[in-house]
Write a protein that binds this ligand. Structure first.
Ligand code: IDP
Ligand code: MG
Length: 145
C-alpha cells in the first residue's frame, strides 16, 4: 500500500429525517458522528417534495409502508450529509441501530431516540452501490469537501 490511510476509505449518505430535525436531535446525531471520528464531507438542509421522496425510496415502492414513508419524509426539513471514514457504511449502520427501534441495541441512535418503526430519526446507505447512488441523488462532486 502506498498510502495505508486511504485503505477502505468510504463515503456514505446519512439523513436526519423530519422527526429528528423537528425534535432538535440534529446536533446530537452530528455529535455522535464526530465523536466516532467520522468526517463530514458535505452537509445541507432541505425539504423533499413528495415526488422527490418517492424517487429516493423507489426501491421500496412495492412495500405497504411506501405511501406513508414518503409522506413522512416530505413532511418537513431534513439534514443530508456525506460521511467519510474507513468502513463508514457499516459503521454508520452500527451507530444508527436496527430499523425497528425496539430491536436496536442500547446506545444506538434509533434505540435512544426513535419512537416508531417509520419515524426512526436517521437514514444510512446500506452498501457501496446504494451509497454511491444516494450521494449522487443529493450532492454534486463540487459540494463535497
Ligand atoms: P433502514 O432505514 O434501516 O435501511 P429499510 O428496510 O431500508 O430500513 O426501510 C426504509 C425505511 O422505511 C425505514 O428506515 C423506516 O423509516 C421505514 N420502514 C421500514 N420498515 C417499515 C415498516 O414495517 N413499517 C413502517 N415503516 C417502515
Ligand atoms: Mg434501507
Amino acid at each position: 500500500m502506498e498510502n495505508e490511510e486511504e485503505w477502505n476509505m468510504e463515503r456514505t449518505l446519512s439523513i436526519i429525517k423530519p422527526d429528528g430535525v423537528k425534535r432538535a436531535l440534529a446536533g446530537e446525531v452530528i455529535r455522535r458522528f464526530e465523536q466516532a471520528g467520522i468526517r463530514i464531507a458535505a452537509m445541507k438542509m432541505l425539504h423533499l417534495t413528495k415526488a422527490r421522496a418517492m424517487a429516493f425510496y423507489a426501491v421500496h415502492r412495492e412495500r405497504p409502508f411506501y405511501e406513508s414513508l414518503t409522506d413522512f419524509m416530505s413532511s418537513g426539513p431534513i439534514v443530508v450529509m456525506v460521511l467519510e471514514a474507513e468502513g463508514v457504511i457499516q459503521r454508520n449502520r452500527d451507530l444508527m441501530g436496527a430499523t425497528n427501534f425496539k430491536d436496536a441495541a442500547p446506545g444506538t441512535i434509533r434505540h435512544d431516540f426513535a419512537t416508531d418503526i417509520e419515524q426512526n430519526v436517521v437514514h444510512g446507505s446500506d452498501g457501496p452501490d446504494t451509497a454511491q447512488t444516494e450521494i449522487a441523488f443529493f450532492f454534486s462532486s463540487l459540494e463535497m469537501v
